[in-house]
Design a protein around this ligand. Structure first.
Ligand code: KG4
Ligand code: ZN
Length: 351
């Protein structure tokens, strides 16, 4: 089945064309075309995503991205023929989501192709089953990830733990009670005067800092459940900066910034890893998976891998290009995940 997939839930306009075969038993995803138009430069001056600007950019970028995937398809010698159009229907920013949904519906009508909705969070989960190089026709991981698998989903909008008994049977174990992990990285970066998106900046600065310099709290580490909370940690960073010799109106010295980044990152990673591994042990997991934008954090994946290795569990992370928002994962979510109508009012999808 050839799926044309569209993703506009936040600040990336993405369209992909993916050949999906093998069913849920042994899915193979072959990426025929893949475009991600990022809006980072648009939102950077505001220190975060501005929904009305995201909508405006999606409206501009969607036809351009569509023209580009068609070019890629043609260049690879494939015919312009689709069995399905898949579009993210949530969760996400409503004005942004609607641009993708309306574009997909118009296109579906024009081409005479059915349009189905896909869950963005399922997309992140299934990104672990996507091929590792572009363009490629193979998905070798699908045969290697053993179930049960515990998935840590960490993005700018979401932080959740999920247990998968199979590709199509999964349940949420817990989630953040306030900020998402990526959001905490972004907010800490903002406090330190680092540009948006803050996650990669904090990680870069942390490399030169001492992770044990500041004893930031590990919120909900011993809460006994699988929920998270990052707003207290973010506030602890703010208080630390205010309590120092420099006020928040003056940015701290570079060495201090590095120590704050390293100590904050370590606190966040400690909580994420401890909860993930406890979830994995309590659910008899054979595999530990990470996904979402924060999965790009090398310190996080190294620590998760180390802890999984220690207890003999396999660790998997998606290929880098599928950590952030993309449309290839939306094709996978449409092929493997829960189907959603695009004719009803926008569902406030969640896991
Ligand atoms: O999955 P994603 O692209 O969008 C959402 O669905 O939210 O995730 C974006 C988030 C941002 O908060 C960004 O700062 C964070 O992922 N991020 C990172 C890193 N790279 C991206 N956080 C920590 N370390 C990184 N290296
Ligand atoms: Zn996302």
């Amino acid at each position: 089945m050839r799926i044309l997939s569209i993703e506009t839930s936040c600040d990336e306009t993405a369209i992909a064309i993916v050949e999906c075969e093998g069913g849920a038993e042994a899915p193979i995803f072959s990426v025929r075309a893949h475009v991600v138009a990022t809006q980072i430069a648009t939102h950077r001056p505001f220190g975060g995503v501005v929904p009305s600007l995201a909508k405006r950019e999606h409206l501009i970028n969607l036809p351009l991205a569509y023209a580009e995937v068609l070019e890629q398809l043609k260049a690879a010698g494939h015919k312009e023929k689709f069995d399905r159009i898949a579009v993210t229907v949530g969760p996400g920013l409503e004005p942004a989501l609607w641009t993708g949904i309306n574009f997909a519906k118009d296109l579906g009508e024009k081409l005479g192709v059915p349009v189905v909705g896909a869950n963005h969070l399922e997309g992140h989960m299934y990104s672990n089953w996507l091929p590792s190089a572009l363009p490629t026709t193979h998905s070798p991981l699908s045969t290697r990830i053993a179930f049960p698998a515990v998935v840590l989903l960490v993005s700018g909008g979401h932080t959740a733990l999920v247990v998968m008994d199979s590709l199509q049977s999964w349940r949420k174990l817990g989630e953040t009670q306030d900020d998402a992990a990526g959001e905490a990285f972004d907010k800490v970066a903002k406090m330190l005067g680092l540009p948006y998106p803050g996650g990669p900046e904090v990680e870069r600065m942390a490399q030169g800092g001492n992770p044990d310099a500041i004893p930031f709290p590990r919120p909900m580490l011993h809460s006994g459940d699988f929920n998270f909370s990052f707003s207290g940690l973010k506030t602890a960073v703010l208080y630390h900066l205010r309590g120092g010799s420099l006020s928040t109106t003056h940015y701290p010295l570079p060495t201090h910034v590095a120590d704050v980044c390293a100590s904050f990152q370590k606190a966040a990673i400690d909580v994420l890893c401890a909860k993930t591994m406890r979830a994995a042990e309590e659910n008899g997991a054979q595999s530990v998976l990470v996904c979402g934008g924060v999965a790009s954090n090398a310190a996080l994946s190294a620590e998760l891998k180390k802890r999984a290795d220690e207890v003999g569990m396999a660790f998997f992370a998606p290929a880098m290009q599928y950590n952030g928002d993309n449309a290839v994962m939306i094709a996978a979510a449409s092929y493997l995940g829960t189907g959603h109508s695009v004719d009803k009012a926008l569902p406030n999808l969640n896991l």
